[in-house]
Design a protein around this ligand. Structure first.
Ligand code: G3P
Ligand code: CA
Length: 284
């Protein structure tokens, strides 16, 4: 009897201690589960959308590798953010006007050394633009991929090609997320393969508000939303989380802001600095 009483007292003391430090068991668990998405890889430290950047993301505890997709003239999916090659290579012009062989002539590393001398590395010079196929070959079927269909109206058939490669490389669909600003592209994915989990990207120019009707419409095809973090507020985050949708804001590169968003209840976030989000999750 006495032993039981002592155990109860011990649990009470531990509980009070945790509450006083603001660290409840549940909060700790929540922190642990925050999904860390390496945005374009660890793109704060290495040229975005290169195998080096994706590798760094994994090393820095990013859970997911984020890959933006564009499509070449000969129908190959490549990892690139912009519709043109101008910003991130030494070439100019639109991706859709180049074959893969032509894209492979470009250097997608040197621009980074010029733009970010503090992180410059001679090894980045001459890096090639990877295809989605090469990404799957390098990181394998059990890596977690967070893939965006960019400009789907410019690249008809990109969803089908994405799915073909996912199936060819037997990518684990439990940990695959496909994201897009285009609800039509996501709905196309859903029709092609309802087992692929989808995230609706959203962009707000001022205070973010989401209605019940919008949430209900998104829930018809997606498991979550990815809004820009800038204009988010706690009420928005609560509403989305209470609806059962995931919420992964982009692109959060400040540790204070990461912590604030976690406190508001987000379930993950995109960052160019996955090591920093890892530290925040560890309470550092
Ligand atoms: O995919 C989340 C975020 O990356 C969307 O914005 O322009 O960086 O692709 P963007
Ligand atoms: Ca993206």
């Amino acid at each position: 009897m006495k032993r039981k009483w002592l155990a109860a007292l011990g649990a009470l003391v531990i509980g009070i201690g945790m509450a006083a430090s603001g660290e409840t068991g549940m909060a700790k668990e929540k922190h642990k589960d925050i999904v860390n998405v390496s945005h374009r890889g660890a793109s704060g430290y290495a040229p975005e959308h290169t195998l080096v950047s994706y590798e760094k993301g994994e090393k820095m505890h990013g859970d997911y590798i984020e890959v933006d997709l564009q499509m070449t003239k000969d129908g190959k999916l490549i990892a690139m953010h912009d519709e043109t090659v101008d910003r991130t290579t030494n070439g100019t012009g639109r991706v859709k006007d180049y074959t893969l062989a032509q894209i492979k002539q470009l250097d997608t590393g040197s621009w980074f050394n010029e733009a970010y001398p503090q992180y410059a590395n001679p090894d980045y010079e001459g890096l090639k633009v990877p295809t989605l196929e090469e990404v799957f070959q390098k990181f394998g079927k059990n890596a977690k991929y967070y893939i965006e269909t960019k400009s789907p109206d410019v690249y008809p058939g990109m969803e089908k090609e994405l799915l073909r490669l996912v199936n060819k490389y037997d990518i684990n669909k439990d940990t695959l997320l496909v994201q897009s600003f285009s609800s039509l592209s996501l709905q196309k994915m859903q029709q092609l393969d309802p087992s692929v989990k989808l995230i609706q990207l959203l962009s707000y120019k001022s205070n973010a508000v989401i209605t019940d009707a919008e949430i209900a419409a998104i829930k018809e095809y997606a498991v979550g939303v990815g809004p820009n973090h800038t204009y988010l507020n706690q009420e928005y985050v609560r509403k989305v989380v209470d609806s059962g949708l995931e919420i992964h804001p982009y692109t959060v590169n400040d540790k204070g802001r990461m912590q604030q968003l976690i406190d508001w209840g987000v379930t993950g976030m995109f960052t160019n600095f996955p090591d920093q989000l890892h530290e925040v999750k560890k309470g550092k």
